[in-house]
Design a protein around this ligand. Structure first.
Ligand code: XMP
Length: 430
């Protein structure tokens, strides 16, 4: 193993991730684990140099004070505590009040080396994946999003064709998106990739469904069914790769912190399809996942892409999805992205997309009255997607995009710019 490891045990602190990042910033890899980790589990982690007991305000869970197992002391790792009563930690060195004390702990006490970097992280994960998987097979749902793409690249490096990727095109992808997944993973990385064009099936199920939550349910449920059908066709698969990253774990709730929202990448597979999980990114933060993708050789565009909702263009073709409006939203989105890139806004703006509502307005084309759809442009900036402000897009850029949409996208006679911050508007319309 290339990297030394400092383990942070979550004893109720709300600052676990801050501390983990602080240690990584000092060049040492650190991971956060639950307080009730067993001695066996802790001993199985590679290259542990020291353990930090990170206490804090969530110290009581279900009426019980969180504590580490006594057996951990027997492992002999250097331990230090943060906001965790000294009296409870029989062999803790001292409390950890500031960065100088942290450095002293890492480098003097634990003798940790500054060997945390993406190259070493990847080498270690490759070795761990090979140990876990052996000569068996892994299945991965490859959406083409950042996390699943980086996991795919990591697994291809580790186990090559023992990995089967399944890419389900639900017909709600952006222009050329599925094509680029196939090009990068099948043609360039030589992945064993099953491409399923399920567009017709999804559009069929969605026909006439106008309620946003119902649409999401259908898309999510159908996705699992298509993936399940593909999984059943493959023989001898024991593992499921997943692009879980650390923020997913936090948002789903840790043992000491409440759930923010439930996360599932490929949740809800039936009971008889039991797989062991392979989750090599689960200790990484989003920026680290991107850096990992770059180091693995993925194209910049794939790794630094803006967020895109799982239900795809399905929630941007408002109301009951129709083919003509879906096509309009897809073409307009492609134009928007092209022009934003040309103006350098793709690197500046957090998220930008088009929406097509399910009503028409009157217009004039070639001296004749037309009754057609409108395209709404939305471009926002945010830090955490909880609140958002509207990008003040240059007028000339907006004009160019508008002219192109009106000239190139069928069934559209009007373009609007959404000026609404979040709140009260959400980022998406549905
Ligand atoms: P809202 O619309 O709630 O969006 O302000 C916040 C962020 O979440 C994205 N989003 C989704 N992502 N599945 C996803 O994976 C969804 O159903 C979904 N809905 C919204 C949205 O694009 C924005 O970045």
């Amino acid at each position: 193993m290339k990297q030394d490891l400092i383990v942070i045990l979550d004893l109720g602190s709300t600052q676990n991730t801050v501390l983990a990042r602080e240690i990584r910033d000092l060049g040492v890899y650190s991971e956060i684990h639950p307080h009730d980790i067993t001695a066996e589990e802790l001993a199985a982690l590679p290259n542990v140099k020291g353990v930090i007991l990170n206490g804090g305000e969530n110290r009581v869970v279900d009426g019980q004070e969180v504590q580490i197992r006594e057996e951990l002391y027997g492992l002999g790792y250097p331990m230090i505590s943060v906001d965790y009563p000294q009296s409870k930690c029989s062999n803790c060195l001292s409390a950890l009040p500031d960065q100088e004390a942290l450095k002293k702990f890492l480098f003097d006490t634990c003798k940790a080396e500054t060997n945390w970097n993406m190259k070493n992280f990847i080498e270690d994960q490759v070795e761990l994946i090979r140990q876990q998987v052996g000569d068996r097979k892994v299945l991965l749902a490859l959406s083409g999003g950042v996390d699943s793409s980086v996991v795919a690249a990591m697994l291809i490096k580790a186990i090559g064709t023992q990995l089967t990727c399944v890419h389900v095109n639900h017909g709600l992808m952006r222009k050329n998106e599925s094509e680029s997944v196939v090009k990068v993973f099948r043609d360039e990385l030589h992945a064993n990739l099953v491409y399923v064009d399920a567009s017709e099936r999804f559009l069929g199920k969605l026909a006439g469904v106008a309620d946003p939550e119902q649409k999401r349910k259908i898309i999510g449920g159908e996705f699992i069914r298509v993936f399940e059908e593909e999984a059943r066709k493959l023989e001898g698969i024991d593992f499921l790769g997943q692009g879980t990253i650390y923020p997913d774990i936090i948002e789903s709730g840790t043992k000491t912190a409440k759930m923010v929202k439930s996360h599932h990448n490929v949740g809800g597979l039936p009971e008889d399809l039991k797989f062991e999980l392979v989750e090599p990114l689960k200790q990484l933060f989003k920026d680290e996942v991107r850096a990992c993708g770059v180091e693995l050789g993925l194209p910049h565009d794939m790794v630094y892409r803006q967020p895109f909702p799982g239900p795809g263009l399905g929630v941007r073709c408002l109301g009951a999805i129709t083919r003509d409006r879906l096509e309009a939203v897809r073409e307009a989105d492609a134009i928007l992205r092209e022009e934003f890139a040309r103006a350098g806004l793709d690197k500046k703006v957090w998220q930008y997309f088009t929406v097509v509502p399910d009503f028409k307005s009157v217009g004039m084309k070639n001296n004749a009255r037309v009754f057609e759809y409108m395209v709404i442009i939305r471009a926002i900036n945010t830090v955490d997607a909880m609140t958002a402000s509207v990008e003040k897009v240059d007028w000339d850029v907006l004009e160019r995009i508008t002219n192109r949409i009106l000239a190139e996208v069928e069934n559209v006679n009007r373009v609007c710019y959404d000026m609404s911050p979040k709140p009260p508007a959400t980022i998406e319309f549905e």
